[in-house]
Design a protein around this ligand. Structure first.
Ligand code: KG4
Ligand code: ZN
Length: 355
């Protein structure tokens, strides 16, 4: 029962986890920087690197402690190589390399997107070929996943990722960062049919996405109203409490704004599921995997699970949806079996791709 220590630091979470046999999560520690970035409406790269430096040693120590093991009980160390913020990735990679060299452990470099896919694949009996929709703050990608984890990119966003659209709309309307969870929480209080947002027609590959037009449409809607006071009230609320409760948000969010949030979310969900269904049909998928931070969205889960599809739909456990290191350790397991080790000179790759 080989145990892998996973390390993840690609964006704004410093995470460490121990996974046994590629699927049994023995410990998973996520140290979030949300409080640091919230007031800026997005991740500030310099602050992220500094926070990773502060958090990495305690996160690894805690993951080992919670697993009740020490470094000698590990079969390998796995770390995210990319994609992500280069300064953030470097912290995890440098630490993982040092650990592996000092302990004579094999080192495994993992693609973050592959990690998101394994967050689902490692916990379920997936039938292949599968279609994977990886939808987060950095990606909105459709992949065909074949037996043995062979990937083929089918479509991707041409501009903003879906999570980025959630974050930008939230920032614009004074809801802070990250935007997805707040919009998800408030959307049920609005009318999803209130505002009709239309998405740009895609030329060329029709499995590609585009969300920047939608963001601009929300901006137009916003500019057409005098919303300065309500936005100021939300910013003030955020300044006193970085994670306001639902009631506190509702108290500073009038109905028309709730309606626009609901309509925006509805449009994103429809778009994601429409293209995913088309792609699944094209490859004759036997399962659909939806993962990444936006896979937490309750509206998306409800819509996907409620639609009658000729294949099973799999979501990660919510704790494995947003960035974590268990998914990195899980993704490393097939590489350990194939003895696909990284040499110690590998570098962080901000735009690493799969497929
Ligand atoms: O996977 P993740 O933690 O980091 C990246 O790899 O980007 O995803 C973070 C993204 C953010 O954009 C955040 O707003 C979004 O996932 N997100 C959500 C929800 N929870 C997180 N979006 C919609 N609904 C949610 N409940
Ligand atoms: Zn991610």
């Amino acid at each position: 029962m080989p145990r892998i220590l996973g390390i993840e630091s690609s964006c704004d979470e410093t995470a460490a986890a121990v996974v046994e046999d590629g699927s049994r999560i023995v410990s998973s520690v996520v140290s979030s920087q949300m409080a640091t970035h919230s007031k800026y409406g997005g991740v500030v790269p310099e602050l992220a690197s500094r926070e990773h430096l502060r958090a990495i040693v305690p996160a690894v120590r805690l993951a080992l402690e919670q697993a009740g093991i020490d470094l000698d009980d590990l079969a390998a160390v796995a770390v995210t190589q990319g994609p992500g913020l280069v300064g953030s990735l470097l912290v995890g990679i440098t630490y993982a390399k040092a650990l592996a060299i000092a302990r004579g452990l094999p080192l495994i470099a993992v693609n973050h997107i592959e990690g998101h896919i394994h967050a689902v694949a490692s916990q379920n009996r997936i039938e292949y070929p599968a279609l994977a929709l990886v939808v987060s703050g950095g990606h909105t990608h459709l992949y065909e996943v074949g037996e043995g984890f062979v990937y083929r990119l089918l479509g991707k966003t041409r501009d903003d990722a879906a999570g980025e659209a959630f974050d930008k709309v939230a920032k614009l309307l004074g809801f802070g960062y990250p935007g997805g969870p707040v919009i998800d929480m408030l959307a049920p209080y609005g009318n999803p049919q209130a505002v009709r947002f239309t998405l740009a027609k895609m030329k060329g590959n029709t499995l590609d996405f585009s969300f920047s037009g939608l963001k601009t449409a929300v901006l137009r809607w916003f500019e057409a109203r005098d919303m300065a006071l309500e936005v100021a009230a939300r910013r003030e609320l955020l300044a006193s409490n970085h994670r306001p409760a639902r009631e506190q948000w509702l108290a500073v969010t009038p109905q028309p704004t709730l309606d626009v949030l609901a309509s925006f979310q509805h449009t994103v969900i429809e778009e994601l599921l429409r293209r995913a269904a088309r792609a699944a049909e094209e490859i004759d998928a036997r399962s659909l995997i939806i993962s990444g931070g936006v896979a937490c969205n309750s509206g998306l889960r409800r819509a996907a699970e409620g639609s009658r599809l000729p294949y099973l739909v799999y979501f990660p456990d919510p704790s494995l949806s947003t960035d974590n290191a268990a998914m990195i350790a899980a993704a490393a397991f097939p590489k350990l079996e194939r003895r696909e080790f990284a040499d110690f000179t590998f570098r962080a790759d901000a735009s690493l791709s799969i497929g």
